[in-house]
Structure formats: C-alpha cells, structure tokens
Design a protein around this ligand. Structure first.
Ligand code: PMP
Length: 443
C-alpha cells in the first residue's frame, strides 16, 4: 500500500533527527533523508513507501540469498519464538535448533570443518576467529603467536578485531588506533605473504585470514593457484589458515563455499549473511576436527568467549530452513548459471559502452570497473560509480559502488533465485544507466 505523502514526510524528518545510519554519508543523510524507506520485498524485488519497485541487485547487503518475502522462514521464526524464544548456550546448556544447525554445517562445509561457534553476525565471527586462534596457540604452548595477517584490500567487519584486520585503510583511519598485532600482505601475492611472515617472525604469527572472493573492497577474484600456495605457506610455517566466507558462503559463488573453487580446506571458516539469508541475525566460526580436538584435549578451564546470542534458537531454526530452501530449489546451481549470464551481460555492456573497463565475477558476485580511457586504464578524477548507482536506483536497480583505494567500481550480488528474465532486466537497466551517465561524463 502506498503511504500518504504526509506520513512519508514525517518518517523522513524522524529519520534525519533520530536515526544514525550504519556506514552512511552522515551529512548527506542529514540534508536529504533516506532515499528509500522500504516496506515490502518479494523475490528479487523491493518496494518502498512511495510505491517504487526496484530490483535488489545486491541481495540488500550480499545476504538475502533466497530472496525476499519467504513466508516459510517467517513461519519457522514464529513457531520457534512461540515455543522457545531464547535460552542460554553458556556453560553446558543447549537447544535443538543450534545442535541441528551445527550438525548440518558440519555436513555441508568443506573438508573436516566440523564444529561451530555461533555469533550474531560476520564481525563477531571474525573477532571470534582471531581470539580462538590466539587462545589455541596459548594452549599449544606458543603464546607468542599473536599476530594475525590479513590482506591489503580486505574487509572483515567493524568490531575492534575485525576493523584491525580490515586492510582497507579508511576503516582503520576512522578510529585512529587499533590492535597492533595485525599486519597486511599484498592482496594477490603469496610472495608478499611469505615476506610479511618472515619479517614479522613466523614464531609470532597466529593466523592468516582471507576472503575467497573479496566483495566490499571492489570484487577481487583470487588467481587460480593463490589459495593452494597460501595453504602450503601456512602449513610450512605452522600458521592457521582462516577463510572469511561471510559473503561467499551458502551458494553465492556457485559452490556452497567460495574456497571450494580453490580445492583447499581452511583450519577455521567464518560465515554469516547467507546462513539465514538475512531473515535472522546469525554468524559463526567453524573449526577443523583437529583444532576442535586440540581445544578439547588441551583446555583445562573455561572457554572465556561467548555472546548472549551464541546459538540463538530462533536464528538457528531460520538458518536450518533457509539451508533446506537453498538445497530444495537448487539455488547453488542457479547461482552458477545466472552468474555466467551476469558476466556475459557485463561483457555485452563493455562492448557497447566506452567507460566500462574490466568486468569480473564468480557466481553471483560481479563487478564492473569504470574508466576514462580503456586503453590506459585511466580513471576519472571524480569517481563515476557512485553516479551510476544513484541513477540506476532511479531506473529501478539497486547496486553498490566501491571507490576506496583509487577504485571506481560498481558491484552486484543479486539473490540466488534470480531468473533469466530478471537478469536480462537488470542488465538492460544497467546498460541504459551507463549510457546516460557516459553521455554526461565524456563531454
Ligand atoms: N566479512 C566480510 C567479508 C564482509 O563482507 C562483512 C560484511 N559485509 C563482514 C565480514 C562483517 O559482517 P557483519 O556486517 O555481519 O558484521
């Protein structure tokens, strides 16, 4: 239902006055208020209060994998909340959805990842992984192994540890000081990883963390052999290898987990987002059987790390149903098929429009780089991707821009349920938007 203009105005004013938005341009928010006040979602579409409908080309925040408006997820949440909304998993208490989800995750995760520590989201999952890695080395009698190595273009979240691990500097500059035991290796170079380990001292390094496909930093797909080399470097120096599958998990890349494209298994794996498709707040870290065993054998005291909502019954029940939907509807295969359609669409736009440079993607994660000159890869002085994102939204498509690090990239991650017609519509809107923006910026 379309709301009265007065109600919309009232909400705009209240939003400006009282709602401090996450990761948002604060001044622009104050001046103009929200662009969309969403009220409904169905499939790949979102609808706002004014009655506008848009294709959610980002699965909102890379997370609504099974699409919007799934009543069966709402039903499961309601049933679980009515039966048992919450009970603690601290100490020796448990609940059925958390147990069953942990077992299901062990079944679908790569290699011998078999035990899960639950969190409420991705930042908490990453912080948990760093703390468990450090504690692991204390238990193993090597307490000097404290350092966590991440990569220069990485994004791992906004808690204190995950901000410290985030390679994208603006996120660290935002707080000026952070955990000093974090260091950064070049995003694509295993040689640089080796050099960082050597210069820091291998006996001081606890773990290396990487996203199988980097999303929020501009969509970077790792070279084919990269993770095999990473795995063997970590083994050589006895360093734990952690993957951050917060975006790439649960079918996003056309496999259950992104690292499966590279044929190696991490020692720990962080996940969130797609585990519930955003219908409830949930994340976690999985440990390999070996690490889990070491923990249980060497631990004498209490595992002094736990969130109130670790193993939340409702969130876990929603996750189980969400995974059932992913499997029942073959959404991982669909992500692979539609993902190659998306890349084909990007290539077609690249052929039609001058300002499209490199196009890239894996499964339903994709990006296009905007350039002033395709031959020299020269960028525009002022990034153009944000203009494309604003204009695309007006034409009915939500996508996202990345401008960190001298980048000018538009990124996409539509729901895994997207069909051929919806993908064609997305590509058409994108093409028309880029054509219009190109006409403005190339004069
Ligand atoms: N890791 C990665 C790779 C992410 O993309 C994100 C969020 N975009 C996070 C961690 C943080 O997750 P959350 O926002 O749920 O804390």
């Amino acid at each position: 239902m379309i709301k009265d203009v007065n109600v919309i105005q009232e909400l705009m004013d209240l939003d400006k006055k009282h709602f401090l938005h996450p990761t948002s341009p604060i001044k622009q928010q104050q001046d103009h208020g929200p662009t969309f006040i969403f009220t409904e979602g169905k499939g790949v579409m979102l609808k706002d209060m004014a009655g506008n409908t848009v294709i959610d080309g980002m699965s909102s925040l890379w997370n609504v994998n099974v699409g919007h408006g799934r009543e069966e997820l709402g039903k499961v949440a309601m049933e679980q909340m009515s039966k048992l909304a919450f009970s603690s998993c601290f100490a020796t208490y448990s609940n059925e959805p958390a147990i069953r989800l942990a077992a299901k995750l062990a079944q679908i995760a790569p290699g011998d990842l078999s035990a899960t520590f639950f969190t409420s989201g991705g930042s908490e999952a990453n912080d948990t992984a760093y703390k468990l890695a450090r504690h692991y080395w204390i238990l193993k009698g090597q307490p000097n192994r404290r350092k966590i190595i991440s990569r220069t273009k990485s994004y791992h979240g906004v808690a204190m540890g995950s901000t410290s691990a985030t390679g994208l500097k603006p996120f660290r500059d935002f707080i000026n000081s952070f955990d000093p035991d974090f260091c950064y290796a070049d995003h694509f170079s295993t040689q640089d990883l080796r050099e960082v380990i050597e210069s820091e001292g291998p006996e001081t390094v606890a773990a290396f963390i990487a996203e199988p496909v980097q999303g929020a930093g501009g969509l970077h797909v790792a070279p084919e052999n990269y993770f095999k080399e990473v795995r063997s470097i970590c083994d050589e120096y006895g360093i734990l290898f952690i993957t951050d599958e917060v975006i790439t998990g649960f079918g996003r890349t056309g496999k259950y987990f992104g690292i499966e494209h590279y044929g190696v298994t991490p020692d720990m794996m962080c996940f969130a987002k797609g585990v519930t498709s955003g219908y409830a707040q949930l994340g976690g870290v999985m440990l390999s059987e070996k690490i889990h065993q070491d923990f249980t054998e060497l631990s004498t005291g209490t595992l002094l790390h736990g969130y109130t909502y670790s193993g939340h019954p409702m969130a876990c029940a929603v996750a189980l149903k969400n995974i059932e939907i992913i499997e029942r509807e073959n959404l991982i295969e669909n992500a692979e098929i539609m993902g190659s359609g998306m890349l084909k669409g990007f290539r077609w736009i690249q052929g039609e429009r001058q300002i499209v440079g490199k196009v890239k993607g894996l499964g339903l994660m994709g990006g296009i780089e905007i350039v002033k000159d395709r031959k020299t890869n020269e960028r525009f002085q002022t990034p153009v991707a944000p203009i494309i994102v604003t204009e695309a939204a007006k034409r009915g498509l939500i996508c996202r821009s990345v401008v960190f690090d001298n980048q000018d990239t538009v990124v996409f991650s539509p729901p895994l349920i997207i069909n051929k017609e919806e993908m064609e519509r997305m590509i058409d809107i994108l093409h028309d938007t880029i054509a219009a923006v190109e006409a403005e910026v190339l004069i």
